[in-house]
Design a protein around this ligand. Structure first.
Ligand SMILES: [Zn+2]
Ligand SMILES: [Zn+2]
Length: 421
């Protein structure tokens, strides 16, 4: 179980005296009080780094805090540990025979879930477990959109987390955190959204992180594959055998981790047994000759086994991968990063991959810190976004957590995305 200190609750007898110490002597800032009517208590939070102190003031004589102070005097009342999955935490504790006050989690403040552990089990300390509310809404239903003669089906390989600062480059946190709130490790939740293009043949563009990631990396990236690509394919009525072509926007692990899978004998091979795989020749060169800056993103196990199995085709800029589906070099993120243009009967959809990873990246200057050539991203993005607005392109956002596709709108100089999926 992973737990972080959320706050320390301190029972207070005289608030003024407590403030004289915490506010005036220590110089800490006190937040506006929160009234918890059901507990007859007023809570005053004092942020201290990633955790907080909580001064608890009784508002009625029959309040639990009043009784606590009467019996033991003011002082440490409880500690609160934040866990990712409170039900799993309670199940683990029950399994180890730990005495609980709350056998099941119950609603706490601000959409959180809480449960108390009995002090007798915690060496005299009342311990509260808390699961914070999921701040980023998530969307992962496999959803079909018709585009001319194609069926486009957006899929999900779950979610992962990247440093919010790195995702927004030079944009200050105060601007992006409202749209994509970071967790206590400063990471934001991102989607992993491969796309199916169905015409005469069935193509899959990108395939998420896949299931080869080791436990340490999965923790660093907060990989959540509770719902993953196999679920999404099944929801779409497809299996791995139905895929004829697998296309890579570029060869970073969060895009092609799902291209290969570990077999029972431990070796790694193609995950889609009947497919030809397609990648850009220059991107393949860069991925197989990594340097210090991109080595962590290019995991050889994701693409070298495809070449060894003889199922990988390398193509150049502007390649038509199947009729109506073409590569278009954006560069910027990597030297040969491609967006995928999907055109049929006068309609256009674009799989923008890491050029426009989320709808929050729609303003020209909101460019990822990960990009190797950010000025190239800017040049491409400026022209592309204008074109997308004028021609009403349907954009698929591969890393957007709560939306899969939409159209870029502009009014009064401000851009927004109108949701389609
Ligand atoms: Zn990338
Ligand atoms: Zn990416």
């Amino acid at each position: 179980m992973k737990a972080r200190l959320d706050h320390i609750g301190i029972a207070v007898q005289e608030l003024d005296q407590a403030l004289a110490f915490y506010r005036d002597a220590l110089g800490l800032e006190i937040e506006a009080p929160e009234e918890v009517t059901s507990q007859r208590v007023r809570a005053h939070f004092i942020p201290v780094g990633e955790s907080a102190l909580e001064l608890l003031e009784a508002t009625a004589p029959d309040s639990a805090i009043a009784k606590y102070v009467e019996k033991r005097g003011p002082g440490l009342h409880h500690i609160t540990l934040r866990v990712e999955d409170i039900e799993a935490a309670l199940a683990t504790l029950k399994g180890k025979g730990v005495r609980l006050i709350d056998a099941a989690a119950r609603p706490g403040a601000e959409g959180s879930l809480v449960a108390f552990i009995h002090p007798s089990a915690a060496h005299g300390v009342l311990v509260e477990l808390k699961q914070a509310e999921e701040r980023t809404p998530r969307f992962h239903a496999a959803t079909r959109v018709a585009l001319g003669g194609f069926d486009l089906i957006t899929l999900s390989d779950g979610y992962f987390h990247l440093d919010g600062g790195a995702m927004f480059g030079t944009v200050p946190r105060t601007l992006w955190q409202k749209r994509l709130p970071p967790d206590d490790r400063n990471r934001i939740t991102l989607g992993l959204r491969p796309l199916i293009v169905r015409g005469d043949r069935t193509m899959l563009i990108d395939a998420g992180c896949g299931d080869k990631m080791d436990a340490k990396s999965a923790d660093i990236y907060g990989l959540d594959r509770g719902y993953h690509l196999d679920h999404a394919l099944a929801e779409a009525g497809l299996t791995v055998d139905d895929i004829d072509i697998v296309l890579a926007s570029h060869l970073h692990f969060d895009h092609v981790g799902g291209f290969t899978a570990r077999r029972e004998d431990g070796s790694i091979g193609p995950r889609f047994p009947k497919a030809r795989y397609v990648a850009h020749r220059g991107e393949w060169h860069d991925a197989t000759h990594p340097h210090e800056r991109n080595r962590a993103s290019y995991l050889q196990e994701n693409f070298v086994p495809l070449m060894e199995a003889g199922v990988l085709d390398l193509v150049d800029d502007d390649a038509e991968v199947m009729p109506g589906v073409t590569f278009r070099r954006s560069g910027g993120h990597t030297q040969h990063h491609q967006v995928v243009m999907i055109q049929s009967k006068g309609e256009t959809a674009v799989f923008t991959a890491d050029m426009l990873p989320t709808s929050t990246h729609v303003p020209d200057a909101w460019i990822m810190g990960y990009d190797l050539y950010p000025m190239e991203t800017l040049t491409f993005k400026r022209a592309f976004t204008r074109e997308a607005i004028e021609r009403d392109y349907l954009i698929f956002f591969e890393h957007e957590p709560s939306l899969a596709a939409g159209r870029i709108r502009e009014s009064g100089g401000r851009r927004s995305v109108e949701r389609v999926v």
